[in-house]
Design a protein around this ligand. Structure first.
Ligand code: F6R
Length: 609
């Protein structure tokens, strides 16, 4: 989704702003722009398309501006175009604003500003902001921005640059992330940490309703009432290199290959030395409460929702408590039946997804304790949940989620095992067996990755497909959904996933000669059933790529191709089964020449509804 950067200090602002925006490209965008202050005049450079186009236009630009703001826009209100790109300015050109989020009452504000003589040049909701600043400005920029905030409704992270205040930036946040980077004699702003790492690791993470006023020498933070706030400095621990490609052609490929490490890190410190139990210090819910839980709700979006589907199977199977899984954008509006006897688990890689955050708030409002599973320390979701279980996948840059998903699965196993232990639904021996297998997932994932060339060959054969179907039963169905999402989002091939037994209730009509069907058959107890579904599609001349655990030789007689994963406990199979599907999606997208890391129309972190 949109990205924001800001700089004030002694260095030339343009390269710093462009460098920062480049680090935010992964969030997804369709236009880019910067505004800098030069000799008391604000100069705006912006255009539709990739950042490289803007950078090319600014090549040889020798301006000496020391303060500026920048933005990558992902269109919501108004199509992608030069005029709709940010920054936006007021009538006088004395103010420039970048904004992430949505100003919900912009139409009424636009009408009112129009009646006051303001002229608009774009179709965006954002453009009301600089005009409002202009309207309220009487020499005090902070006060003007405060008055703007009183008039707007919606979600926003915005930064204001003023021609009258040469080294000052004023920023506010409500429901959209914004981080201050603390330098020496210079300060920075960004919507996301990777944009700051080339300059500093010391940050302030703004809370909702907070305002930051930056000059090169200092950063002041105020709350909603205008009172000064003492912020805790948040030190970013991960390395800048973790947000680089490290020799891989794409971030997605790098992140797929990081999974063995990410799985290890997510398990680290959470297993008892003798493999007898999981140790979840983060889950400070007392055992009595866990024993008396009547229901668990899992809510999330996209890939994280798919991790929730695996969570349902595993928690119900091991801990024998009913689990309902819901898409966050549905959950938040459907008056879910939850109370204090319900545990709500929200899953979010970014910790900033607007719908998931709203679902969390709704659950808390209804009195349920909320456990967040997230990858981003101090994200909004982490801060608002009652309990947090971090996945330690490290920064995920590619839009298509890979290592976040497999670490979310590990979090589901840890929660399920903990609940099962407390509720007495698992024996010590069963626990030990699963925990031992959990610890071997990393080496087994490595094995799958070392055979990646087989999948490249398949992608060459089927990269031209128009439709691909994914089928599976039980946990395999949950993984099939994720495999199909990966394929469609980055290769733009139409892909659908079905519970294998459901095919004959309609979808089988779409199966014809040569249509690729990816059939997952990793679940031993369902193997025979899935095998007959494979035979059903083969009888309609589909081309079957089967995925099973080693040893299922029978498949070779039926399927056109068989991919194997190393044997593991069936409940853990999703972690391994998804890896060939991630690689297949990746290789198909490469064969088709798609923009793997930044697929069209998609954003990494969906911070608007
Ligand atoms: C797909 C993908 C998305 C995200 C979804 C939720 O590859 O990445 O479907 O899973 O937007 O994002 P988070 O997990 O950040 O809440």
């Amino acid at each position: 989704m949109c990205g924001i950067v800001g700089y004030t200090g002694p260095r030339r602002a343009v390269p710093i702003l462009l460098g920062g925006l480049a680090k935010l490209e992964y969030r997804g965008y369709d236009s880019a722009g910067i505004a800098v202050l030069e000799d008391g005049v604000i100069k705006v450079h912006k255009q539709a398309g990739k950042l490289a186009g803007l950078a090319e236009r600014l090549q040889g630009y020798n301006g000496q501006a020391r303060t500026g703001i920048g933005h990558t826009r992902w269109a919501t209100h108004g199509r992608p175009s030069d005029t709709n790109a940010h920054p936006h300015s007021d009538c006088s050109g004395r103010f420039a604003v970048v904004h992430n989020g949505i100003i919900e009452n912009y139409l009424e504000l636009r009408e009112w500003l129009g009646s006051q003589g303001h002229q608009f040049t774009s179709e965006t909701d954002t453009e009301v902001l600089p005009h409002l600043v202009e309207h309220f400005y009487q020499g005090d920029l902070v006060e003007a921005v405060r008055r703007v905030v009183e008039r707007i409704r919606g979600s926003y992270a915005m930064v204001v640059l003023s021609a009258d205040k040469p080294d000052k930036l004023v920023a506010v946040r409500q429901d959209s992330p914004l981080v201050v980077g603390l330098g020496q004699g210079e300060n920075f702003l960004a919507s996301d940490i990777p944009a700051l790492l080339a300059h500093t690791r010391r940050t302030y993470i703004l809370d909702d309703g907070e305002m930051a006023v930056l000059t090169p020498e200092e950063v002041k933070i105020f709350n909603r009432c205008g009172e000064p706030v003492e912020k805790r400095v948040f030190e970013v621990k991960w390395e800048a290199a973790q947000a680089e490609k490290n020799g891989f052609a794409h971030f997605m490929l790098k992140e797929i290959h990081e999974q063995p490490r990410a799985l290890r890190d997510t398990l680290k410190g959470r297993l008892a030395g003798d493999d007898s139990a999981v140790v979840l210090k983060e889950l400070e819910i007392d055992d009595g409460k866990l024993r008396s839980l009547r229901k668990i709700f899992i809510t999330a979006c996209g890939t994280a929702y798919h991790a929730g589907l695996v969570g349902k199977y595993v928690i119900e199977q091991l801990a024998r408590v009913p689990v309902e899984v819901d898409i966050a954008s549905e959950f938040r509006y459907r008056q879910p039946l939850i109370d204090e006897g319900t545990l709500v688990i929200v899953i979010s890689q970014s910790g900033e997804t607007a719908d998931t955050l709203a679902a969390l708030r709704e659950a808390r409002r209804l009195g349920a304790p909320v456990l967040a599973v997230t990858n981003v320390v101090d994200s909004s979701i982490a801060r608002e949940a009652d309990h947090v279980l971090y996945t330690w996948a490290g920064p995920e840059i590619a839009v298509a989620s890979t290592k976040a998903y497999t670490t979310q699965l590990v979090a589901m196993y840890l929660i399920a095992l903990h609940l099962a232990t407390v509720r007495g639904t698992i024996t010590l021996e069963e626990r030990r067996t699963i925990i031992k297998e959990l610890k071997q997932l990393d080496s087994r994932a490595e094995l799958i990755l070392s055979n990646g060339h087989l999948i490249r060959d398949l992608a060459r054969m089927y990269g031209g497909a128009e439709d691909v179907f994914f089928i599976g039963r039980g946990l395999d169905h949950a993984v099939a959904l994720e495999g199909s999402l990966k394929l469609k989002e980055i290769s733009y091939i139409h892909a659908e996933a079905y519970a294998a037994g459901e095919l004959k209730h309609g979808t089988l009509a779409l199966i014809e000669k040569g249509v690729p069907v990816v059939a997952l058959a990793t679940q031993k107890n369902l193997f025979e059933k899935t095998l007959s579904n494979i035979k059903e599609v083969k009888a309609r001349d589909a081309t079957v790529i089967a995925l099973a655990m080693e040893g299922q030789k029978e498949l070779e007689k039926v399927a056109d191709h068989v991919l194997y994963i190393p044997p593991t406990n069936p409940v853990l199979a999703p972690v391994l089964a998804v890896i060939p599907l991630q690689l297949l999606a990746y290789q198909m997208a490469v064969v088709r020449g798609c923009d793997v890391d930044q697929p069209r129309n998609l954003a990494k972190s969906v911070t608007v509804e």
